[in-house]
Design a protein around this ligand. Structure first.
Ligand code: IMP
Length: 445
């Protein structure tokens, strides 16, 4: 059975939760490998809507073990709130495991996030204010607290004694920022530890054991490739590695254990927060797409910025993630438009550019070069086969597939799991194929 990585190919919010949900029946374990409660998965199951930030979406299935890997930064209060909220709705959370090595978002991290954003003023990143950057910064500086530290009050006090003075010094530069006292913080952290102890584990061991048993492990990326710390439009990025490589470091698997990388993208683009967005639609067309697509951030409630699909970073995202198959989401949202535009290149300083410039400065000067496709008036919610899509929709999907260079194997036409067009496919990069025993097999229709 394969280890599959699910990765966002755009700026996040591509609908990765639906991909996980679609594959859930064949999966034994889902693993979050990076990010924190900046992420948000919305999953629609019948009449019920679940909004999750930290717990992998597989939790809604009793047969799936859910793992929060060492690459995630965990806000314990959020995690406890989510576990309690799910349990109150009758969901069994006993199989949720969080890595003992995952770093903790302490209460001073969101405060520092807000302070840093305020200092940046007009150049702010537009973060979610969840303390993600400051927590990862402490991890890199080796002064962070890990989940296992919550289990020992002595360790907690010792570590907090070391870092708190610096945090308070920094926070003290802003009159309205909070300060933190040692003993209340130790007490709160120790209480989180007591509550979360049954869920803490060496999750790398769990993942490896599952793979050895031949179980299908799904590694769920949060955010998206263009928000990747190394590969996105720095500095307008998040502080972790959403790309498929992040699944190895943050999930605890080796590169050759990954059999399949499913890239997830929407039929148009969205972005939350600041940063260049060449195809942004600041007009009624953009407003209409945002409204029909309910493009409001799950975590912050901010309206997402909306634009046409940008094929320039698509090829880059396919390469950097070694994407083997694509799920295209929200095609239904484009119904009713007279024309649909697809950005196929940029004009930068008078030159045509086909390659994605990772520098935010260069990207800010990019003007989109569009190809225009006819729209279609019909709603798509009931379509279940590509052949039944209106001809213009088929042409648009084919164009996206050509730009991606890998097959689009799933097309979503509505939020429900059943509102999905599935093309016949099987994994293209199974281990056997990697070692030369087989040839990649594409979709048949
Ligand atoms: P941070 O991750 O809160 O530090 O925010 C950094 C950037 O990533 C900002 O532009 C956020 O809007 C963006 N971001 C973080 N998480 C998500 C997400 O789940 N979806 C979309 N954008 C996100």
């Amino acid at each position: 059975m394969p280890a599959t990585v699910i990765v966002g190919l755009q700026w996040g919010d591509e609908g990765k939760g639906k991909t996980t949900d679609f594959l859930a029946e064949q999966v034994a374990m889902t693993v979050r490998y990076q990010g924190g409660d900046n992420a948000g998965h919305t999953i629609v199951l019948g009449d019920e809507v679940f909004k999750l930030h930290l717990v992998p979406s597989g939790v809604l299935y009793p047969h799936i073990a859910c793992v929060i890997g060492p690459g995630v930064v965990v806000n314990p209060a959020t995690l406890i709130g989510e576990l309690d909220g799910l349990a109150a709705r009758g969901i069994d959370v006993s199989q949720v495991r969080v890595s003992r090595s995952a770093h903790v978002i302490m209460p001073y991290h969101p405060a520092l996030d807000r302070l840093s954003e305020a200092r940046l003023g007009g150049e702010a990143v537009g973060t979610t204010h969840r303390g993600i950057g400051p927590a990862y910064a402490d991890r890199a500086a080796r002064i962070g607290l890990r989940m296992e530290d919550l289990l020992d009050e002595g360790v907690l006090r010792h570590k907090l004694e070391r870092v708190l003075p610096d945090k308070n010094l920094l926070l003290g530069t802003a009159p309205d920022a909070p300060r933190f006292e040692l003993e209340p913080l130790v007490a709160a952290a120790a209480a989180w530890g007591r509550r979360l102890q049954p869920h803490m584990a060496d999750t790398t061991r769990l993942v490896q054991d599952a793979l050895r048993r031949g179980e299908h492990v799904l590694l769920e990326g949060a955010q998206g490739t263009l928000l990747d710390l190394d590969h996105g439009s720095y500095p307008f990025v998040t502080s972790s590695s959403p790309i498929a490589g992040g699944a190895c470091t943050g999930g605890g698997i080796g590169p050759l254990q990954v059999d399949e990388v499913i890239g997830v993208m929407k039929a148009y683009s969205t972005r939350v927060g600041a940063g260049p967005f060449p195809t942004e639609l600041a007009d009624a067309t953009g407003d209409g797409i945002a409204e029909r697509g309910r493009e409001v951030g799950t975590t912050t409630g901010r309206r997402r910025r909306v634009g046409w699909f940008d094929a320039v970073p698509l090829h880059y995202a396919v390469e950097v993630n070694s994407v083997s198959a694509i799920m295209l989401n929200k095609l239904d949202i484009l119904s009713g438009l007279d024309a649909i535009r697809l950005c196929v290149a940029y004009e930068i300083d008078g030159e045509r550019v086909d390659a994605w410039p990772t520098s935010a400065d260069v990207l800010a000067r990019a003007r989109p070069v569009y190809e225009t496709f006819p729209g279609w008036p019909e709603p798509l919610h009931d379509v279940r086969a590509l052949a039944d899509l209106p001809e213009p929709a088929r042409r648009y999907v084919a164009a996206l597939e050509e730009h991606a260079g890998v097959p689009i194997v799933l097309v979503s036409v509505g939020p429900e799991r059943t509102q999905t067009i599935e093309r016949a496919w099987r994994p293209m990069r199974r281990s056997a194929a990697l070692f030369g025993a087989g040839r990649p097999v594409g979709p048949v229709s």
